[in-house]
Design a protein around this ligand. Structure first.
Ligand code: DGL
Length: 272
């Protein structure tokens, strides 16, 4: 029996870094990828608004027969994951949390920077990972204003992107930070630039492979895994420009899918 696709959502292109790992580890799973590019960036928005978007996106993906939802966005996970689990108790959710645990293991200086959007540090999720996993480390919160919008415009290695990153990262190096946590799913696509700025001594922790492993475990636990040999389909839905989303997916992670338009009508999200 067809149990549906995995619904994956983000404010924009960031969740593609999660999708890349899902495709590697779970190639038989069909994916509905939703990018809320009419509202990107989420990072500077109030948590309450991000929660409303996330709830409606979840309803929308479930209406398209999603069997599980990956909140492939740290900002939406911080604002909404707990609420989503309560509101949709029969739906398995996989969410993002800053990878402070592996960072605390990897760091020698005990100084770790979490690179994320402002909304990601708010609320209980961030406080709880720091409390649980990094009591003895010093955690520095570092936002990178403007970076998500530059990535959305496809500026992955231009001078402007380099400068924005350099302004955020250089002070961390001066402060003896030796481990960086990518706490925003948009950031893995600019790892080459980050490495260029921080050099080989600084460790970069990308949680995407762990999220894909957790997705596999969750599907197994719920008996929802697609059988091996099943032909998987990929659908790229955007609330702005699905053709641009599909072409960025090809460029960034070499995946081809069907573009589909969705639109916000007041608080409702619908396929066009
Ligand atoms: N990709 C997102 C995250 O992981 C959101 C970035 C944004 O829209 O500000 O936080």
């Amino acid at each position: 029996m067809d149990k549906g696709a995995i619904g994956v959502f983000d404010s924009g292109l960031g969740g593609l870094s999660i999708l890349r790992e899902i495709r590697k580890q779970l190639p038989h799973e069909s994916i509905l990828y939703f990018a809320d590019q009419a509202h990107v960036p989420y990072g500077p928005r109030p948590s309450e608004q991000i929660r409303l978007f996330s709830e409606e996106i979840t309803r929308f993906l479930l209406a398209q027969n999603a069997k599980a939802i990956i909140v492939a966005c740290n900002t939406a996970s911080a604002a909404a994951l707990k609420y989503l689990r309560k509101t949709f108790p029969n739906t398995p959710f996989i969410g993002m949390e800053p990878a402070v645990k592996p960072a605390a293991k990897a760091s020698h200086s005990g100084k770790i920077a979490v690179l994320a959007t402002p909304a990601t540090y708010q609320g209980a999720l961030f406080a709880s990972v720091v409390e649980r996993f990094a009591k003895d480390a010093e955690i520095i919160q570092q936002t990178i204003p403007g970076l998500v919008s530059l990535i959305e415009m496809g500026n992955l290695n231009g001078k402007e992107t380099y400068d924005v990153l350099s302004r955020a990262l250089t002070p961390l190096l001066e402060d003896d930070v030796d481990t960086l946590v990518l706490g925003c799913t948009h950031y893995p696509v600019v790892v080459p630039l980050i490495e260029q700025i921080v050099g080989p001594e600084v460790k970069i922790i990308d949680p995407s492979p762990a999220i894909a492993r957790q997705t596999a475990r969750t599907l197994d636990r719920y008996g929802l895994a697609a059988p091996a040999g099943k032909d998987a389909t990929l659908t790229f839905i955007s609330s702005a420009d699905p053709d641009q989303l599909a072409s960025m997916a090809k460029q960034l992670i070499n995946e081809t899918g069907i573009p589909q338009q969705a639109g916000w009508h007041g608080h409702r999200l619908e396929l066009e």
